[in-house]
Ligand binder design. Structure first.
Ligand SMILES: Cc1cc2nc3c(=O)[nH]c(=O)nc-3n(C[C@H](O)[C@H](O)[C@H](O)COP(=O)(O)OP(=O)(O)OC[C@H]3O[C@@H](n4cnc5c(N)ncnc54)[C@H](O)[C@@H]3O)c2cc1C
Length: 129
């Protein structure tokens, strides 16, 4: 891992120890997305729980000049969610709550506000009403 220890500690201070992964065994889970031919484990994985934590993580990384990659479900087929070992992978699978539904605008806009990974859960069924 080539991410400085102080960055890891800063991330843990934001999301909690449990949601910052540095163990090589844990990182293997995130070494590829839908493109399986170029596996590369990230330096660190961080799993924020809400928008405030995402903003705080981004602020900490930007301040330190540490590169990062966003990952949703990791189903992209072009390797866009693969991060090198000098980067932090921000995994958004904990953003799994529906925040608001606006049925009045459904026919024209279909405004449903949900956190990123709701689409990959059974809650997504409620979107098709
Ligand atoms: C079997 C299969 C079938 C598919 N069929 C279709 C299809 O029919 N139509 C279609 O359009 N696509 C299809 N795809 C492609 C895939 O579903 C899309 O690429 C999907 O949008 C990826 O979403 P993800 O959350 O998994 O993103 P990821 O794979 O995690 O990321 C994709 C890219 O988006 C970036 N990213 C992820 N989350 C964020 C974020 N919150 N903010 C900023 N950037 C972010 C990543 O860095 C990466 O560059 C298919 C994929 C698979 C595996």
């Amino acid at each position: 891992m080539s991410i400085p220890r102080r960055i890891v500690e800063a991330l843990k201070g934001i999301v909690g120890d449990r949601w910052v992964l540095t163990n090589p065994t844990d990182l293997v889970t995130y070494d590829a997305d839908g493109l399986q031919t170029h596996p590369a484990p990230p330096g660190v994985v961080v799993l924020p729980e809400n928008g405030e934590e995402v903003a705080a993580v981004l602020k900490a990384l930007a301040k330190s000049g540490v590169p990062f990659v966003a990952r949703g479900a990791g189903t992209g087929l072009s390797g866009g969610a693969i991060a090198s070992d000098d980067s932090v992978l921000i995994v958004l699978t904990r953003l799994n709550r529906i925040l608001d539904i606006d049925p009045a605008n459904r026919p024209t806009v279909g405004r449903i506000y949900f956190q990123d990974s709701v689409e990959s859960s059974q809650h997504y069924q409620h979107r098709i009403v």
